[in-house]
Design a protein around this ligand. Structure first.
Ligand code: SF4
Ligand code: SF4
Length: 357
């Protein structure tokens, strides 16, 4: 594990104009003194998630950020892989995100579950003692993490640490949810992965983020920032503060600091002063005591909140790790089986699944 004294660069970038993104990414890397070595094999891990035509811009890492990184890597004669394991149809998801075109131009698109899988023995793990990853993940010299700034219904926030859950290939992700019910245990799983496969560099797309019912059903929020750090935990501490969360109350960050993946909660930022933006948090994460009690009472049971939106595609039912959803013809959730992982809300392309109000 690298020594945890890394800086976090905060750089303004008002939109996804390629020239502006290139300049902002370069500046962020200069601010944290990151230099690439020539001729390395590099894996870029964006946040591809799935197809969300209405809100793609706020859901997935923008292709302009991926391209900015690729341009720098190409200059350094690196061999580039761009990989993820989206929840829904992986080819269609890469296409919907626009990252497929960048991959074609600069390197190779990698859908993790289509690669040879290798076992990772995880001695320091608290939950995930063994897990599988694509062989390329283990073979490359450098991993660059490109998360998107979003709120999250299960973990409150998703950024650097959470983006590495996408390293787990395909359906194994769903099964892993079954072993890690609830935010606390799931956060331990996230840190188990991050502790074993740590990015060498994290660059966050916070030009347009997502607030409210993230990571896929929230509202696009213009944030106008690109952040970078050699330490993903330090970056998560800075970005949670920007969106108005206390990083000490985000379990995955607390757990990562507890396991010394970063030295504490003090972080040195360079570049622009981090703004205070106060994102709306997901309704089930409300700080209001009454709402919290109501959530407990109704056990946060997800239901189809709008049958007009639901197209009865059955995706939520097929991806539910607890097999708690049946289609009659609209999805009905069996609250006894439901483990409250909120994958059904995350996965629904129509934003038809939501919390009982
Ligand atoms: S709730 Fe969404 S994912 Fe589930 S069947 Fe309806 S449209 Fe499909
Ligand atoms: S119904 Fe939804 S929240 Fe419940 S276990 Fe299935 S996917 Fe997870």
């Amino acid at each position: 594990m690298k020594k945890c004294v890394e800086k976090v660069a905060v750089v303004e970038c008002k939109d996804y104009n390629q020239t502006r993104v290139d300049t902002a990414v370069k500046k962020a890397l200069e601010l944290i003194d990151f230099k690439f070595e020539k001729g390395k094999k590099v894996l870029i891990k964006p946040n591809v998630v799935g197809c969300f035509p209405k809100k793609q811009i706020a859901t997935t890492t923008n292709p302009s950020i991926v391209e900015a990184v690729c341009k720098i890597l190409k200059k350094n004669k690196c061999k580039i892989f761009i990989g993820d394991s989206p929840f829904t149809n992986p080819e269609a998801s890469f296409k919907a995100s626009g990252i497929d075109k960048v991959a074609k131009k600069y390197g190779k698109q990698l859908i993790f579950e289509q690669d040879k899988l290798v076992n990772v023995k995880n001695n320091k793990a608290k939950v995930l003692k063994n897990f599988k990853v694509a062989k390329t993940v283990k073979d490359v010299d450098l991993i660059i993490n490109l998360p998107k700034l979003k709120t999250h219904s299960l973990t409150k926030y998703t950024g650097a640490i959470k983006n590495f859950y996408g390293l787990i290939p395909g359906g194994i992700k769903q099964r892993t949810h079954m072993h890690a019910k609830g935010d606390k245990k799931f956060s331990k799983v996230l840190v188990d992965i991050f502790q074993n496969i740590t990015p060498d560099l994290t660059i966050m797309d916070a030009v347009i983020g997502m607030e409210g019912e993230g990571p896929t059903s929230g509202n696009p929020t213009k944030t106008g920032l690109i952040l970078a750090s050699k330490n993903g935990v330090a970056l998560d501490i800075v970005t949670t503060r920007i969106i108005g969360l206390n990083p000490k109350k985000v379990y995955m960050i607390k757990e990562a600091v507890r396991r010394k993946l970063y030295s504490g909660f003090k972080v040195l930022t360079v570049g622009k002063n981090p703004p205070k933006l106060n994102f709306k948090i997901p309704s089930n994460q409300s700080k209001s005591l009454t709402k919290k009690m109501l959530c407990k009472l109704f056990k946060e049971k997800p239901i189809v909140c709008d049958t007009k939106k639901c197209v009865k595609c059955g995706l939520c039912a097929s991806k539910c790790p607890a097999k708690a959803i049946s289609l009659k013809p609209y999805p009905i959730v069996d609250s006894k089986k439901c483990i409250r992982c909120f994958c059904c809300i995350e996965i629904c392309p129509q934003e038809a699944m939501g919390f009982k109000k």
